[in-house]
Design a protein around this ligand. Structure first.
Ligand code: FEO
Ligand code: CA
Ligand code: CA
Ligand code: CA
Length: 529
């Protein structure tokens, strides 16, 4: 253990923030006593088909695809975002997103041949989300409580109403949620699950012809089911007790990576959201009444002027010329945002609010169209630290590349003392190829906040072959990091040519799953010992 942070250092540390500090009293207390860890030793990039961890960390499989969560439901495929909802008596609820399916494993085919409706229905069941009760044992390990009455699924077949006064593509509800990538939690304890690459399921409407364009529909569900593409690409709120869901039209329709919520002093909420596609934009919704995700204004970021531009048909002549009403604007938000001057970005993915400074961090994964292969993390400093500010200052926070040791940042999480953890998302087709060779498998990284290693990027874990770590989320006692292992063996061409056998080993097929990471190093990094 290194030296204690004294009061003076602590005040200097706070001085790095803005006037709008959001540091919690719990974190402030901890920062006054927290010892700075000795030098943290990370790992080198790995190509192994296992979860490789830094010394002092251990991992355990919590739940994986196909496992029964109750007498009628099983855990879905390609787990992504994880929300931890603390309970009492060492119990908690864990929400997990299921982004998409790999037909090779879920329905035993590659390519779009010889399919049946039954196969598509199985695929629909395996996307959406899972809610499970988890319990911590005397050793501090979290386990699923199978068959708990709280355990439930939301899937690609669940009927979900739109929270909006007008119909969306002729209906007041959608069938199912899909492409559930990252998400967020509201101050009132519900979960936001975000529909990202929705066009891979039912395609997307061509604005000129009105026909459904299926170029991006790699799963081709539209060949069996006639659901309008406009019913997908929304932020979906799930109430954990009842399992009731709703799609929030006011938050706009695009490839939603995440929905990161800040609560203002008067109870109104601000939701930060990125559109994960090359040359798409960063948005925020600012509520006009407390605890509402439907009453308020949606804004798009212009990084050149540092302005949040309102996207409001009623007051915008530009939008009135191009669209017939606000509903159409929200459905075609990408086009509306560009007409208004939204800045195209290098794939905005996860967004986190720095718990010490209050600044907004945005992972920009990469953008091969402008030869940005390794991505970066952008920092947004809101004016006066206020989340409802209309102006901000953008800053570069961290740049990917061989010098910093990471490529393609995606999901992020802050730990107990504000160290930043993030995962990488080099696509399976690019991994181990130029210019990504040196990075090997996808990984989990740590950026220490204080001490001699402050600002360095340390690799703490390596994912199995073909996989990506997603959804990092700490338990309420900070001693466990929940992490999704998504799409292991995704580059397998057929079942007889598997590239990964994680987690079961041998000749088994790979199965996405959620792991827990804990151990003395995790405690030391956060001064928990
Ligand atoms: Fe589903 Fe943008 O990652
Ligand atoms: Ca992601
Ligand atoms: Ca996150
Ligand atoms: Ca990603």
């Amino acid at each position: 253990m290194g030296s204690q942070i004294n009061r003076r250092t602590f005040l200097d540390f706070l001085g790095k923030g803005t006037a709008g500090l959001v540091i919690s009293s719990r974190m402030a207390e901890r920062l006054l006593i927290v010892p700075v860890a000795e030098e943290i030793v990370g790992i080198a990039p790995s190509g192994k088909d296992t979860v490789v961890l830094a010394k002092g960390l251990k991992s355990k499989l919590l739940v994986s695809w196909g496992e029964a969560i109750s007498s009628k439901d099983t855990f879905g495929f390609n787990n992504d975002y994880i929300a931890f909802l603390p309970g009492s008596n060492d119990e908690a609820l864990l929400w997990v997103n299921h982004e998409y399916v790999d037909p090779l494993f879920v329905s035993n085919y590659r390519g779009l041949k010889e399919r049946t409706l039954e196969m598509i229905i199985t695929e629909q069941y395996n996307v959406g989300g899972t809610l499970i009760k988890i319990r911590k044992n005397k050793k501090g390990h979290w386990n699923m409580v199978a068959d708990d009455p709280m355990n439930k699924r939301i899937t690609g077949t669940t009927k979900i109403p739109f929270n909006w006064d007008e119909p969306i593509a002729g209906s007041d509800h959608a069938i199912g949620t899909l492409a559930n990538c990252s998400g967020g939690v509201t101050p009132w304890g519900s979960i936001l699950t975000c529909e990202e690459n929705y066009d891979m399921f039912y395609g997307e409407r061509n604005l000129k012809t009105g026909e459904v364009n299926t170029n991006e529909s790699s799963l081709g569900w539209q060949e069996f089911l006639n659901y309008p593409p406009e019913h997908y690409g929304w932020v979906v709120e799930v109430e954990p007790n009842s399992g009731k869901a709703q799609k929030h039209v006011a938050l706009g329709r695009f490839a939603h990576e995440c929905a990161t919520v800040a609560e203002l002093e008067d109870g109104r909420v601000v939701v930060y959201m990125g559109d994960d596609k090359a040359n798409q934009c960063l948005y925020k919704f600012v509520g006009s009444v407390p605890a509402s995700l439907s009453e308020g204004t949606l804004y798009v970021a212009n990084l050149g002027t540092g302005n949040w531009i309102p996207i409001d048909w009623e007051t915008s002549e530009v939008l009135q010329k191009k669209f017939s009403n606000q509903t159409e604007v929200l459905i075609r938000l990408r086009q509306a945002a560009r007409y208004l001057g939204g800045t195209p970005l290098d794939r905005p993915e996860d967004i986190e609010i720095d718990p010490v400074s209050g600044h907004i961090l945005v992972a920009l994964t990469n953008n091969t169209s402008v030869k940005n292969y390794f991505g970066s993390i952008l920092q947004i400093n809101e004016e006066d630290g206020k989340h409802d500010a209309l102006t901000f200052r953008p800053d570069a926070f961290l740049t990917g590349g061989e010098e910093t040791g990471f490529a393609c940042p995606d999901n992020m999480a802050f730990d107990a003392i504000g160290n930043l953890w993030f995962t990488s998302d080099v696509s399976t087709t690019s991994m181990h190829r130029d210019p990504y060779k040196a990075f090997k498998n996808n990984a989990l990284f740590l950026v220490m906040r204080e001490g001699s290693q402050a600002g360095q990027v340390l690799q703490m874990a390596s994912a199995p072959v073909g996989a990506e770590f997603t959804g990092p989320q700490f338990s309420d006692d900070w001693k466990t990091l929940f992490l999704s292992v998504q799409h292991p063996g995704e580059d397998s061409l057929q079942l007889s040519e598997l590239t990964s056998h994680w987690p079961d080993g041998g000749v088994s097929i790979p199965r996405p799953g959620v792991i827990t990471i804990s151990g003395p190093l995790l405690d030391e990094i956060q001064g928990l010992v």
